[in-house]
Design a protein around this ligand. Structure first.
Ligand SMILES: Nc1ncnc2c1ncn2[C@@H]1O[C@H](COP(=O)(O)OP(=O)(O)OP(=O)(O)O)[C@@H](O)[C@H]1O
Length: 281
């Protein structure tokens, strides 16, 4: 058992008492999703010197859902992700991860360890290492990996890397230095690195910003392949991309720190209030 488990809140939660193994790693099985929700933000407010960046925000995400979050600049999208990942503490409200884990009581490392992966806008891969090594490093950096002096990949772990390489469209590129990849490929690699850690919830902040049209289209394909297998929250301004990945799923429109509208892309696109504050501009 590592230090985070020994000393952190996770150990105190009986839901975390059982640990299964996966790819030689200790995997938390403690997220109780019996009611179907992976995330439930309940009446969250974040005040910065009296200014409410998030204002009584309530929303939930189901297990396996791919949820798109849209909204004008300053709507509170990044702040909401900061609350979920423990970077920002809400002034009030609760952020439930499954039924029992209150994220507002956990530190950032504890939240990452509990199974929430976040991808920031800019890619942060290890440029001096190959694509394969980046994925391998992601596996080793995972706090749940059992510490061993000479870490050697098992055939199962090797298989996992190959599976992810295929998913992120980098099969055949595994020996290339990550620094030589295109911007889009670096973004996919980083998504692959997060997937290596098998997150229960994946947060993606503007994943297609700066990508070519072809890369954007491939990213949409990639996310559509992840649909149903992972719970994913995507914040994005590129409406054509959002339309591609939202399909018949829910899109949430944030405005002034609250949910302005929620529904299918078609429903929110036809919502007068959404047109007024965002899409119609
Ligand atoms: N640390 C902070 N101190 C003061 N104000 C902040 C802080 N962080 C964010 N804000 C303000 O809170 C509001 C919400 O910001 P946030 O970055 O969450 O919006 P956003 O929806 O992510 O915008 P964008 O689409 O431009 O990324 C903005 O008005 C921003 O200026």
């Amino acid at each position: 058992m590592n230090d985070t488990l020994r000393h952190g809140h996770l150990q105190e939660n009986p839901a975390h008492a059982e640990y299964g193994t996966s790819y030689g790693r200790i995997k938390p099985e403690g997220v109780d999703t019996t009611h179907g929700a992976i995330l439930y933000l309940e009446d969250i407010t974040v005040s910065f010197d009296g200014f409410k960046a998030i204002n009584r925000l309530t929303m939930d995400i189901s297990v396996g859902e791919l949820r798109c979050i849209i909204g004008p600049n300053g709507a509170g999208k990044t702040t909401m992700m900061d609350v979920i990942t423990g970077k920002t503490r809400p002034t009030s409200g609760t952020a439930w991860f499954g039924q029992t884990i209150d994220l507002t009581r956990l530190s950032e490392p504890e939240i990452a360890h509990a199974g929430i992966g976040r991808k920031f806008q800019r890619p942060t891969v290890f440029e001096q290492h190959t694509v394969f090594e980046n994925l391998e490093l992601a596996m080793k950096m995972d706090k749940r990996v059992r510490p061993t002096l000479f870490f050697r990949l098992s055939s199962e772990q090797q298989g996992k890397i190959e599976e992810i390489l295929k998913l992120i469209r980098l099969t055949g590129q595994e020996n290339r230095l990550a620094g030589l990849l295109s911007h889009g490929q670096k973004q996919w690699l980083e998504i692959g690195m997060l997937l290596m850690q098998e997150p229960q919830l994946l947060l993606l902040d503007e994943p297609v910003a700066g990508m070519s049209d072809a890369e954007t289209a491939r990213t949409a394909e990639l996310l559509n392949e992840l649909r149903g297998k992972h719970s994913i929250m995507v914040v994005e301004h590129d409406m054509a991309f959002v339309t591609e990945i939202a399909q018949q799923g829910k899109v949430t429109v944030l405005h002034e720190g609250s949910v302005l509208a929620e529904g299918t892309m078609q429903q929110v696109q036809n919502d007068e209030r959404v047109i007024e504050v965002y899409l119609g501009r």
